[in-house]
Design a protein around this ligand. Sequence first.
Ligand SMILES: Cc1ncc(COP(=O)(O)O)c(C=O)c1O
Length: 371
Amino acid sequence: MIEDTTIPLVDLGAQHAAVADEVARGWQEVLAGTAFIGGPQVTTFERDYAEFTGASHCVAVANGTDAIEIALRALRIAPSDECILPANTFIATAEAVSRAGATPVLVDCADDETYLIDADAVEAAVTPRTRAIIPVHLYGQAAPVERLLPLARRMSIWLVEDAAQAQGARRNGMSAGALGDAAATSFYPGKNLGAYGDAGAALTNSADVAAKMRMIRDHGSARKYEHDVLGVNSRLDTLQAVVLSAKLRRLAGWNVARRAAASRYDELLSGCDAVVRPRTLGGNEHVWHLYTVRVPDRDRVVKELHTAGIGAGIHYPVPIHLTAAFAGLGYAPGAFPVAERTARELLSLPIFPEITAEQQKRVVSTLMSVL
Ligand SMILES: Cc1ncc(COP(=O)(O)O)c(C=O)c1O
């Protein structure tokens, strides 16, 4: 037998092994009860995830992109409004703003080691039309919301966290997802808390906003066939709630394991001058959704790592303003120099709770020899 020596970017099989029995039992209950949409397991998960984040309300939805859009719409973001977000994020952050009818206004990241939104640039980008700031807690660490919140309060602007990559992360002791007026997260399978398909959630401390989120996700309806606002169909499947509850019980432990893996990469890479390691912003408890370094000649490096069986990734190769989808925003190349330069150099190394020291040594030794 040939031994499989590949190391994936994310190993979902190992996670499934940990919850397989619990998920099988839970799914049997759902099959027996047949409440495939809106079953009691969804309510239980919403309660438990709200408690996990410290937010008062969790509204489970079909995916993370919907969660951002629903949060924005619940806050009455509308056409002619502007929402400020970083140029270096997954396209969904900007998509959700556009789908809510508003205009994404992009800003650069503050530096090329944390890759988090530049709070000074946010302040400079505020106009009379700005209605929301959407910091993205990129790669597993929270953006400096304490710099954005006073600005938001002063200007009567909402702060909506994109916490898709930061389940369990903390900023100055407070959980991502409970740091602003509303938040959105994604339970895409590869996330720190991942479903077995698409899933997401919107969070808020406001009962009014939560009620609005619930209506919007369910055809604008709080009571059957009474449609008070224009909504969408974005409900969480009961089967996914079972998976998410089983995994949620293990998430804190998995995040500890990710942190240990990140420290190990820090050590293993400490002598390698060609690799710029990620920096944790002071006050952050990082959950290492991704361990993203910067390397010269990145595209060649990625190719050779793949040839050697190392599942490296690029998050993200094209900043929002340089995508064809958002060309209409009118930003020229060079508009966000830090985001653009880092997009050419970023490289995500395999990281998941079960990654072994041996696997990490192999990743780093392969990377060194490729470099
Ligand atoms: C930062 C960020 N925002 C939003 C999303 C959108 O989530 P989803 O894929 O569940 O729609 C993702 C994940 O894919 C993400 O990483």
